[in-house]
Design a protein around this ligand. Structure first.
Ligand code: ARG
Length: 596
């Protein structure tokens, strides 16, 4: 590990690397001894390897019981000298406490000041990630579950893009299948001229409901609906045209949501996989993986009780079939190194089946190191603990939900009399940033697998770990230098020149080290893709900042002469905090503001 390497990987990984070397040097005859590094309680990092190593060595040689404390000492003696580490001590039964060096901290802070919070260097070059998120269904509404998938998926995609992966963001729209049979039949009846004039459908949901009712009540209609499905799947031009018209209406609605929430995504719905489905079915039959059951072709997978239905008794394909064709395409055509599905936890059995199927079909071989994740999440409930509904008892339309957020955020800003200080343009930017920021942050700041209670009152609170609190904290920090009349160029110049010795003041040093931890956090997120760890970190950073700012004056006024002195070291620490916060907001998909 060369000195400069330490700056391009995350700090925790650097420490891990050094301890790994130490353990290898101390026990050259033992392979694979555990290297366990965690953030420390009394130090910056802690290595807890001595205890399991003692156990392992003791088991191998029963005659010589091992003392963890001695092992810890041996490891410490072998830690290579490196500028990242200041001192090391041992406590308790054999914990190794590692303190990082003040000069290292200063160097890193200077980098953050000069270049922003650059990504830690991880092995992501040329690695392709396919992330399947949002994925609403055409004609049915886009509901709050899809909103969660949209927010979580976008944030993961932003993280991976920042870390240097090549990310393909895919919207696996429900744009194929039986519901189109009846939608098209209804369209043909209501707008027979549809081939020449686009029908004025504004409310596709009502259109869907009426056609569903007719489907249930009118046998003739039902028959035509089924015929339409067959025609659709064989690409009958008139039927395809009708299908496109219907998809277009839904897309307009979805696009509004994506534009408002600043989501980039490429449409690639289930229909895309129709030609591949037939090939996949043939392949599975040839490999003798399917079984006939009451006219259906099903696929039993090891360890999973419910089989997938690959071909229905009427010969049609299912959600299972399309997801098998889809995963094959992502593995073999896209050549993805990593596939991520952001879908509610209710579909976890389906996902497990699809992953098991891909292995069994031989699309993932023993030696491949493709990573596949189902990023599941819990259901959304209203404040009454029941399924989220609108006042009239209907399912909530996403558009209405966003509108309500905008309304409420404006009220909040007016309560704080921000309308009196901000320009109209600033106020409208603040309104959006608060509204959408709080909807995203409320979702991302809680463990995604938990049930999620949707409450505007809670998310718009300006105390605690909320978007409003964070956004204000950021704006306040950014205003410190501005209010002191310090120019941007002066800050850059000072950042390059002045001595950044934070160590003499413990509160400065503590904040500086908290700032550095950002790279640790980003890298750790890759393990389980639980984004709330990032919000927790932001909250810790904001708290560390408050502790520092309450007690350390950045600008001091002489009581007698009235002269002010600027402490640039501290002002720069404020700027570095803001730079890192800005990057965190960027990954959460939230727009922070200079003024609000
Ligand atoms: N359209 C589906 C739904 O609303 C989600 C699709 C998720 N992606 C997938 N490859 N199955 O439940």
């Amino acid at each position: 590990l060369k000195e400069d390497d330490a700056y391009s990987v995350c700090v925790q990984n650097s420490v891990q690397h050094l301890l790994d070397q130490a353990i290898k040097l101390a026990y050259p005859n033992n392979q694979n001894l555990p290297v366990i590094i965690t953030p420390g309680k009394t130090s910056d990092y802690q290595c807890n390897s001595a205890m399991p190593i003692a156990q392992k060595l003791g088991q191998e040689n029963a005659e010589s019981p091992q003392n963890p404390k001695q092992i810890a000492q041996t490891i410490v003696q072998h830690i290579p000298k490196h500028p990242i580490i200041d001192s090391v001590d041992i406590s308790g039964p054999g914990f190794i406490n590692i303190h990082i060096a003040p000069t290292f901290v200063s160097k890193q802070i200077r980098k953050i000041l000069l270049n922003g919070a650059l990504p830690p260097n991880i092995n992501s070059k040329n690695k392709k990630v396919v992330i399947d998120f949002s994925s609403p269904n055409i004609a049915k509404e886009m509901h709050v579950g899809h909103l969660r998938s949209t927010i979580i998926g976008d944030s993961i995609a932003r993280l991976l893009e920042y870390l240097g992966y090549n990310v393909l963001r895919l919207n696996h729209l429900g744009d194929w299948g039986t519901q189109f049979g009846m939608l098209i039949a209804h369209l043909q009846d209501k707008f027979p001229e549809y081939l020449h004039n686009s029908p004025p459908i504004h409310d596709l949901l009502t259109f869907y409901k009426t056609s569903k009712k007719r489907f249930d009540d009118e046998p003739d209609f039902q028959k035509r609906a089924y015929q339409n499905v067959v025609k659709l799947q064989s690409y009958d031009p008139d039927i395809i045209h009708a299908w496109q018209l219907i998809c277009e209406v839904s897309r307009r609605d979805f696009e509004y949501i994506y534009r408002e929430l600043d989501i980039r995504i490429i449409d690639r719905g289930e229909s895309f996989y129709q030609p591949m489905m037939e090939i996949v079915v043939d392949e599975l039959e040839q490999k003798q993986l399917l079984k006939e059951e009451e006219g259906r072709k099903v696929w039993f997978l090891p360890g999973i009780t419910v089989p997938m239905t690959i071909v229905k008794s009427d010969g049609g394909f299912t959600y299972d079939t399309s997801d098998m064709a889809c995963i094959k395409q992502r593995l073999l055509d896209e050549k993805a190194d990593w596939i991520i599905y952001v879908i509610d936890s209710g579909q976890s059995l389906h996902m497990q089946s699809v992953f098991a199927g891909a292995k069994l079909a031989g699309w993932i071989n023993e030696t491949s190191d493709v990573r596949i994740d189902h990023v599941g999440f819990g259901v959304v409930l209203g404040e009454d603990g029941k399924k989220l509904k609108s006042r009239s008892g209907e399912a909530i339309r996403l558009r209405d939900l966003l509108d309500e957020g905008l309304q409420r955020s404006l009220t909040k800003l007016k309560e704080k009399e921000r309308d009196k200080v901000l320009s109209a343009d600033e106020l409208s930017k603040a309104q959006k940033s608060v509204a959408y920021g709080c909807i995203k942050y409320a979702d991302l700041s809680k463990s995604r697998t938990a049930v999620y209670e949707f409450s505007f009152d809670k998310m718009l609170d300006d105390r605690g770990n909320t978007a409003v609190y964070m956004l204000y904290a950021y704006t306040r920090i950014r205003s410190i230098a501005r209010n002191a009349g310090i120019k941007e160029e002066t800050l850059k110049q000072k950042a390059a020149e002045i001595d950044l010795d934070f160590e003499t003041d413990q509160r400065e040093f503590k904040l500086a080290k908290c700032i550095l931890r950002y790279s640790d956090v980003f890298v750790r997120l890759l393990d389980d893709l639980f984004m709330h760890a990032l919000c927790e970190y932001m909250y810790q950073l904001a708290t560390a900042f408050t502790d520092f700012y309450d007690k350390c004056y950045c600008i001091e006024k002489d009581k007698i002469t009235g002269e002010t002195t600027i402490n640039y070291r501290r002002i720069l620490l404020c700027e570095a905090t803001a730079n890192v916060m800005k990057q965190c907001f960027e990954i959460l998909g939230i727009q922070p503001l200079q003024r609000m």
